[in-house]
Design a protein around this ligand. Structure first.
Ligand SMILES: *Cc1c(COP(=O)(O)O)cnc(C)c1O
Length: 366
């Protein structure tokens, strides 16, 4: 019987019950497997990885393959590109993803076209002749929303495959495969694992042949996560629903208060009624998520000072952990120049929201 997602988060991927058997999957430290099975070696199969893959696959509605990082997962999909493939990607995508696609384009391996994913017509026009469409929704770090059903429709109309990086939402908030996506990519590093203590990625697909192809990428490219990290990721995912509820509650309150703050010129968060595609987001996702971005009216230097003046929040990159993280994205030389200089990305943790607001208020007043 299929359960609700929060129940699956708690019970998915557990070993079969037998008297005195463990309730948790073991940390299986073996590169070598007894002969005679379908796999045969630790790059293809590991008990702990399999438990995590079962849990993740059940939540996303497909079959999961885990990788040593989110970038390794993305590169496993890139490795399925054929020479000369046209790849359409959102103009705001995770920095490493855009950097890698740009690199592949520069060496002539693919042709990259970037698009504004908030405009289905623009995706449709750009997808002509494309083999792959790669989107995030909401995008990093602008929190733009892509209509995933529309994107799947135009991609498939052109014979292209749709890949959705679902890191910001997690399967508890959005299920891209159910909206027509062919692949879901995750940085498990973020909210799924949730404790800022490991790097991991995943690719999930509902097509068994594609799952085998992705597993083949792990076998040959070799970016296998450790069993210990897989154990930690499972442990983190047991509380995913509880962490998301609290962090999203915090994000909504902080977004509303920032929107009314005189030092803030813009807030980007799909939970706010003024957001460009708030309606689309509500249609395809169960909540606005735990990450928001805002712009400091006084400019880049002032924004940088805000991130360096927090006392409770952590000035650091990354997102999805139990602790609130804050950073000005353009402090990175490699950040997309389209991102405003004074934009701060905030990843809400599960602290008390009044403590977070007090901290942000004092930082904004400096
Ligand atoms: C962090 C991140 C990645 C890359 O994942 P790593 O685990 O850091 O390699 C990809 N996409 C998004 C949206 C991310 O936030």
């Amino acid at each position: 019987m299929a359960h609700h997602d929060d129940t699956t988060a708690v019970h998915g991927g557990r070993p079969e019950a037998h008297p005195d058997g463990p309730v948790n999957p073991p940390i299986s430290l073996s590169s070598t497997l007894h002969a005679g099975g379908p796999y045969g070696y630790g790059r293809e199969y590991n008990d702990t990885l399999a438990a995590l893959e079962k849990l993740l696959g059940d939540l996303e509605g497909g079959e999961a393959t885990v990788f040593a990082s989110g970038m390794a997962a993305a590169n496993a999909v890139f490795d399925m590109f054929s020479p000369g493939d046209v790849v359409v990607a959102s103009r705001y995508s995770y920095g490493g993803v855009i950097a890698r696609l740009t690199e592949l384009d520069a060496r002539g391996a693919i042709k990259l076209r970037t698009v504004d994913v908030t405009e289905p017509d623009e995706i449709a026009a750009t997808a002509l002749g494309a083999s792959w469409v790669w989107v995030e929704s909401p995008t990093n770090p602008m929190l733009e929303v892509c209509d995933l059903r529309a994107a799947a429709q135009v991609a498939h109309a052109h014979g292209a495959r749709l890949v959705v990086d679902n890191t910001f939402m997690t399967p508890l908030r959005q299920k891209p495969l159910s909206h027509g996506a062919d692949f879901v990519v995750h940085s498990v590093t973020k909210a799924l694992a949730g404790h800022s203590d490991l790097l991991m990625g995943a690719v999930i697909t509902a097509d068994h042949h594609m799952k085998e192809a992705i597993l083949g990428r792990r076998l040959l490219l070799g970016a296998v996560p450790s069993a210990f990290d897989a154990y930690l990721a499972i442990r983190g995912m047991r509380t995913l629903h509880v962490r998301l509820d609290r962090a999203e509650h915090n994000a909504m309150i902080i977004a509303e208060r920032l929107a009314a703050h005189p030092a803030v010129s813009a807030v980007h968060y799909p939970g706010l009624p003024g957001h460009k595609n708030a309606g689309v987001h509500k249609d395809q996702a169960l909540g606005p998520g735990t990450v928001l971005a805002f712009e400091v009216a006084a400019g880049a230097a002032a924004a940088q000072r805000v991130t360096e003046s927090v006392r409770l929040m952590t000035f650091a990159t990354s997102l999805g952990g139990v602790e609130t993280l804050i950073e000005r994205r353009r402090r990175w030389a490699g950040e997309n120049p389209l991102v405003p200089e004074a934009l701060i990305r905030l990843s809400l943790g599960i602290e008390n929201v009044e403590d977070l607001w007090a901290d942000l208020q004092q930082a904004l007043s400096t």
